[in-house]
Structure formats: C-alpha cells, structure tokens
Design a protein around this ligand. Structure first.
Ligand SMILES: [Zn+2]
Length: 597
C-alpha cells in the first residue's frame, strides 16, 4: 500500500484538476479563480460545485465535499486510494511502483476472473449439448444467428442444480471460490449449495478490458424472474457495468444506444447497430452514465414503448444529462396491422414494441429511420408534458404553459429558449410574445434564485467554522480559526512556513490541524511538494473536504508575514488564557474544599 511520496507528488502535479474534473462534469468558463458545475455528488439544478485551478482543489458549497485530484477520483469512481492513483497514473502515462494492491487480493481477483471465464466456456458448450436444446430453440425463435452467439459468448445454464458446480470443482475450483464468484448459492434452509443460474439463457458480462466479470441469465423455464444478474463480487459491480459495452465501445456510429434488455442488445448488434448496450436490469446509474460518456459524446435512449419504459427513459435522461453527454430519445410507434390500424394487446390497450420486436417486424431500415429522427430530450419532455394536459380546455392550456415554460427556463441557451418557446406558444394557441415574456420572467427568477443560493452557501461556509464531520470538530473554535490561518497561509505561499518560526504542532488545539501543520513541516524538511492537492491526497474524505473549506476562506498573502505573526499570537494567547481558566478553576476548587473542611 506504500506508494512513494515523490511519485504521488509528481502524479498530482501532472494531473490538472480542471482537466480531470471536466472529463466527468461540464464546467463553466473561469469566473474569478473558480469554475462551476453541477455537483456530481449530490443532486442539484444550479451549480454549486467549484474547481479552483490555482489551488488545484474542488469544493462543493452544497454538500461540502472537497479535496484534490486524488480525492476527486476516489469519490467519483468509488475507488480505493491505490486504485485511484493507478487510474490517474494511466491517464498521464506514469507507472505506479508495484505494491499498491496486496498480493493476496490480486491473486484472488485473478483466480475469480479465470473461474468466470471457465464458467462462460461451460455455459457456451452446453449450447451444443442436449441440455442446451431449450436455449437453442429460444435463440432460433428470436432469429439470433450463430455469429452473434459466438460474438457475445452466449450460453445455456442447464435445468439442473449442480452441473456447473461439479464441472468447476473438477477443474480445481473450491466451493468457497464458487460462492465468492456468486456462481453457486447457499440454500436458505439446509445450507447446501446449488448452482445460481439454472434453466436460463446465459449472457456473460464482459468488461471493457475483455474480462468476464459476471453473468446475466434470462429465464427459459417457469421461473418468473425474467433476468437474474450476478451479485457484486471482488471483480463485479452491477451499477458500474453495461452489457455489450466491450463491443459497443468500438462503434464508429458516433453514438451509443441504451436499451432495456440484453436480448435487445444482441438483436441490435445483429441488425448493424453496434453501439447498443443495456444497464443490467437496474435503472441507469450515474456510474454507468459516466462510463457511457467515456466512450461516446452521444447517447440515444431506446427503451420499451410501454409505460414502464417511458418512466425509465425520463429517469435516464436526468442521469445522462448530468454527464454532459448529448441525449436523444427514440420513440417506438404503436404497433399497427397491415391496414395501418392499431393492434391491441391482451388488455385492450394499443400494443407497444420493444427494439427487438420492432426490428423483427419492420426491419433494420425502419429502425435506422427512427434513430435518425429521434427527439432530443427537450422535445421528448415537452411532448410528455403536452400529453399530460388537455389543450382543449383553458385550465389545461394554462397548466401546460406553466409546466412547459418552467422546463424551458432551465435551458441556458437563449436561442433554444426562443425556438422551443415558439413551439409551446403554437401548441397552446397563444402569441409567441406572451410565451417569450413568461420565459424571460421565469429565467430571471431562476438566475436570481441561483445567485441567492450560492451566496447563502458561501455565508454558511464562512460563518460556521466547525468541520461538518464530528470526528474532527474543534474544541476551541477561536484558537482553531487561527490554526486554520497558519495552514492556509503556508499553502498559499510556502515561504511563509519560515515565518511560523518556533510554532509547534503541539501548540495547536485541534489534532487534525496539528496533523496538517506537522505534515507541512515534514514536507518542507524532505523537500516534498507543499501544495493543497498533494497534501489532500493523503487525507480522508471529510478531512480533505475541511481542507478545501479552510482554503476557501478569505486571506491576503500581501501582508502574509504580519498575518502569520497575528495568528501565532492568537494561538499562544488562547493557550495562556486557557491555562489561566484552569488555574482559576483549580483555585476555586481548593477554596471550596477549604470551607468545607
Ligand atoms: Zn455537492
């Protein structure tokens, strides 16, 4: 786990925080020394997440998270310190000295990947054996070719409870290893073991490096759980994987297509839409959205046409939008018969397609046309709002206008507001000017609300000296304010460390601030980097966040030496008055005793 300090300092110096953060979060242009963006760690509509290029730190005025580039990647990718360092090193072409991950963990990971690959091979081989008949019949019914079966490594889990377990044990894997990889499960009652996947069409989940990290199985029998996915293991996290991304990442189409089911992914790839991926049965997570963004600037949501699909699409739009990826939504038309009349489903409602059924009925060409004319997400949301109101009535029109202008006022582009505003006006049967007027008002309201919120957040941060985390709360806030000042001055101008003279960490009242001061002195002695980002790299999330709060408070370096002297005097006089208080208390206690005795 020991990564050499010099390596870490150089890595932090080479990874510009604005570069790294903006590959996850769209940032505004510089305003003062800060750039702002929507915080990736809490949900918000107006940006309170700031990145300071000079200090190489980030800080959120909303949720209080903050730190340097290493802290950001740890938080963002949910990685350990060592893994975050490795990821950043890869980014700038540095090699981490090898001993960051314990050997035992590396060995267990490697072994689990081998087991997964062997299990995938076992499932795949079952397709050519009698126990794979059901799966083969299903694939045939879906029109999936041999080529696709090979490309995706599809397979069959037999209608048995121990075939996989036996085959893998024969290959030398232990029951514990099978359990860890979630390939076998313990019975609830007896405690015996059985295969996790049984009587299912198997989709291996292959990560972008080409490793089989988990499995997704579609029911072929009477189990009414349509899909069963691997639980999280040492090598698999469902919320961070997308089915099909190992192939889709190579698409030349310039867009990824997000669908609901694994089978849709296979069908789309077969029809030539090689950017299709699926989110493994969960609704799209922020981690998955960021993964998408890493491989493409554009995403099209092509969920099922039923009510659940529409709802999931609305949710996915919000998650994708936060990454700054261009989002469009493909609308599958209602199913019609050869006369163009709507076909009804069993409940008497218009039948809805999913991408797979649409392509099978209408062909790839028709899907391609839909893809080309898919709405951008604003149009999609506007039409959803429109569908929710009866525009024949005055009340309906008023409610529609209110909701639609509310949505449009969130657009930062004046041109977009005008274009969509005109469309809303037409739909509601009112003048363009009236809508434009409403929009201007709503937009101004939103801007001033945003400003107010930012100001309040700034005030909160400076008014309350106490760290958010109770573990590092200050016993003596007055002294701590001065101790913070010492740290802040040195990090703004390291030559001021000399002005701290004989001040010792032991004179600090806050153990956290004393630790920081000690670290700064140590770095000075060893000639290591004295920058906020380098220091933050070694801190816990709440400590790093507090460091950014400290650095965010106003300070003038112009009179740095004078300020340093003032802070030191404050620390020492608080200490004296603290001792005086103690003496007084002791004296009073003695007196009391005297009277009593
Ligand atoms: Zn935040």
């Amino acid at each position: 786990m020991a990564i050499p300090q010099s390596f870490l300092d150089e890595l932090v110096a080479r990874c510009d925080i604005v570069d790294v953060v903006s590959s996850y979060v769209p940032l505004t242009k510089r305003s003062g020394s800060n750039r702002f963006g929507l915080c990736p760690f809490h949900s918000e509509k107006t940006p309170s997440f700031s990145v300071n290029q000079d200090k190489q730190i980030y800080h959120c005025f909303g949720c209080g998270k903050g730190g340097g580039v290493v802290n950001f990647v740890m938080e963002m990718e949910n990685l350990s310190f060592g893994d975050a360092v490795a990821l950043l090193a890869k980014r700038v072409g540095m090699t981490v000295p090898e001993d960051d991950v314990p050997l035992e963990t590396r060995r267990r990971r490697q072994r689990m990947l081998e087991l997964n690959r062997d299990a995938a091979r076992f499932f795949h081989d079952c397709l050519s054996a009698p126990e794979g008949e059901k799966a083969v019949a299903y694939l045939k019914k879906r029109g999936i070719t041999r080529k696709m079966v090979t490309r995706f490594g599809l397979g069959a889990a037999p209608d048995s409870w121990d075939r996989l377990m036996n085959a893998m044990e024969k290959k030398g894997y232990s029951q514990a290893e099978l359990l860890d990889a979630w390939l076998v499960t313990r019975n609830q009652k007896g405690g015996g073991l059985h295969d996790t996947f049984h009587d299912r069409l198997m989709f291996p989940v292959i990560d972008v490096r080409g490793e089989v990290v988990g499995f997704s199985g579609r029911t072929l029998g009477d189990d009414d759980r349509k899909y069963v996915n691997s639980h999280d293991t040492l090598v698999f996290s469902k919320s961070r994987q997308l089915f099909g991304l190992n192939l889709a990442k190579k698409t030349k189409s310039g867009r990824l297509i997000l669908v609901e089911g694994n089978i849709d992914v296979v069908t789309l790839h077969q029809a030539g839409f090689d950017g299709a991926v699926a989110s493994l049965g969960t609704s799209l997570t922020p981690e998955q959205a960021r993964l998408l963004k890493r491989y493409s600037e554009n995403a099209v949501i092509a969920y099922d046409g039923d009510a659940a699909g529409v709802k999931a699409a609305q949710r996915a739009i919000g998650v994708l939008e936060k990454t700054g990826i261009g989002v469009k939504v493909l609308k599958l038309p209602p199913v019609t018969d050869e006369h163009g009349d709507p076909v009804l489903d069993a409940d008497g409602r218009p039948a809805k397609d999913d991408p797979d059924s649409f392509i099978r009925r209408r062909g790839a060409e028709a899907f391609s046309l839909l893809l080309e004319k898919s709405d951008n997400h604003i149009e999609y949301r506007l039409s959803a709002i429109r569908a929710a109101h009866d525009l024949e009535t005055d009340e309906g029109r008023i409610a529609y206008l209110a909701e639609a202008t509310g949505l449009l006022s969130e657009l930062d582009s004046a041109v977009e507001r005008e274009i969509y505003g005109a469309r809303v006006a037409e739909a509601a049967g009112v003048s363009k000017e009236a809508v434009a007027n409403e929009l201007r008002k709503a937009f101004r309201r939103r801007i001033s609300a945003r400003k107010k919120k930012e100001e309040q957040a700034m005030q909160r941060v400076s008014a309350n000296i106490q760290p958010a985390d109770r573990a590092i709360r200050y016993d003596d806030p007055q002294s701590a304010a001065a101790e913070e000042g010492v740290i802040r001055l040195i990090l703004l101008d390291q030559s001021l460390l000399a002005s701290a003279g004989t001040l010792e960490p032991s004179e600090f009242t806050s153990p956290f601030l004393a630790k920081l001061f000690d670290e700064l002195k140590r770095r000075k002695r060893e000639g290591a980097a004295i920058t906020p980002a380098a220091v933050a790299a070694g801190l816990s999330p709440s400590e790093a966040a507090q460091l950014t709060v400290i650095l965010g408070k106003p300070e003038s370096i112009a009179g740095g030496e004078r300020a340093m002297a003032d802070y030191i005097e404050k620390i020492r006089s608080r200490k004296l008055s603290g001792q005086a208080d103690l003496l007084e208390v002791a004296q009073r206690l003695r007196e009391k005793k005297g009277y009593g005795g």
